[in-house]
Write a protein that binds this ligand. Structure first.
Ligand SMILES: NC(=O)c1ccc[n+]([C@@H]2O[C@H](COP(=O)([O-])OP(=O)(O)OC[C@H]3O[C@@H](n4cnc5c(N)ncnc54)[C@H](OP(=O)(O)O)[C@@H]3O)[C@@H](O)[C@H]2O)c1
Length: 344
């Protein structure tokens, strides 16, 4: 007998992708439940070839659920994750609500899978921010070889990272521009169509944004607290796929050639790096794919032991749904959970 799995936020960008990834990877579930807000009761979502009808989270009893993938934002997670965990399901949460809690492991399986067993304290495991997930997948193997001291990163983040309303806004604004209609801005603070916005999430006291702060705090928690990082997070008019221009300063020497070989062999990484027009990956090609793509690997002559590179991944997959499903697979493969109905 397999597991009973619930997906909360099943009508959202990430929730739909979670159901797709669970089906694609044949996660050992014998029952899948799709949950969302009351507004979405009865809405149909796909789980492989199966159509599921969404149920309302607020009326749902989690008593026989083994794993709950949460993807309904921080406020919902804050209220519901402890209740769901108390009912005996392991919660894998996509929001930022629990990521910085010392009693909640923050996991990217290619980087710190061993930390997953820490879920027992609260029954909750956190999934990182989309920009952090792809970054640490690419940094980890290089850190092991040459020890990273400092990272400077500029992100180019797609609108799907801000949810389904944000995708609709880019779509609407683009159509409005072509048909000479008035442009309405709701989700983003400025027009996103044919524009870029250097602001994601709220501003912090030091002038950085919360999205930038998240990249710092999460890289330290997942990879190494000694790594210094500064990020500039920028929203771009791309539907799916986040890109990052990354400059890294190492303690020890490492050549671009060595870095290429290390990344080539590293889990979750795919190096596409031909020094010719088109010999690199763009978000358009990364959309729908699982890998973290690394291109433009080159030495940075402005610092000792410096490298620069370009990192692209599908934010809905490695940045969210795929990573969450990989965490669930870790729990199963490491025999850290048992199906309740099997145990009974
Ligand atoms: N998009 C990304 O790249 C990404 C990456 C990492 C993490 N995340 C995080 O994942 C979460 C979801 O993101 P998203 O992009 O999928 O957002 P989204 O497209 O806006 O979807 C939000 C989902 O949450 C559900 N929801 C909202 N309020 C609810 C409530 N009171 N009870 C139950 N369900 C409720 C919505 O259901 P209704 O349709 O019924 O309203 C919908 O299914 C967020 O915390 C986000 O920060 C996103």
């Amino acid at each position: 007998m397999g597991y009973k799995v619930a997906v909360v936020g099943a009508t959202g960008n990430v929730g739909r992708e979670m159901l797709e990834v669970l089906a694609e990877r044949q996660f050992p579930a014998d029952e899948m439940v799709a949950l969302a807000s009351r507004r979405s009761q009865g809405v149909e979502v796909s789980y492989g070839d199966v159509t599921l009808k969404c149920k309302a989270l607020e009326n749902y009893d989690f008593v026989d659920v083994d794993i709950c993938l949460m993807s309904a934002g921080s406020a919902v997670s804050k209220e519901w994750s402890p209740k769901i965990a108390a009912a005996g399901a392991v919660v894998i949460d996509n929001s930022s609500c629990w990521r910085y809690d010392a009693d909640v492991p923050l996991i990217v399986p290619e980087v710190n899978a061993e930390a997953v067993s820490g879920f027992r304290k609260k029954g909750i495991i956190a999934n990182p921010n989309c920009s952090t997930a792809q970054l640490v997948v690419a940094l980890k193997p290089l850190h092991e070889r040459a020890k990273i001291k400092r990272v400077v990163v500029a992100t180019y983040q797609s609108v799907s990272g801000a949810g389904k309303d944000a995708m609709d806004e880019l779509d609407r604004q683009t159509k409005a521009i072509y048909s000479l209609q008035e442009i309405e801005t709701k989700t983003f603070p400025k027009r996103i169509a044919f524009n870029v916005i250097p602001h994601i999430d709220v501003f912090m006291d030091d002038g950085s944004t919360k999205e930038e702060w998240k990249m710092v705090a999460e890289t330290k928690k997942i990879l190494d607290p000694k790594i210094k990082l500064i990020a500039t997070c920028v929203r771009v008019p791309v539907f799916i796929g986040h890109s990052e221009a990354v400059s890294i300063e190492f303690e020890n020497p490492i050549s671009a050639e060595e870095a290429r070989d290390i990344l080539h062999a590293a889990p979750g990484c795919m190096v596409i790096d031909r020094r010719e027009p088109g010999g690199y990956v763009t978000p358009h090609e990364a959309a729908g794919e699982d890998a973290t793509y690394i291109s433009r690997i080159r030495e940075d002559p402005t610092v000792d032991n410096g490298l620069a590179m370009w990192v692209v991944s599908d934010n809905l997959r490695k940045g969210a749904a795929l990573n969450a499903v990989q965490i669930a697979e870790c729990l199963v493969n490491r025999k850290l959970i048992q199906a309740k109905r099997k145990a009974a």
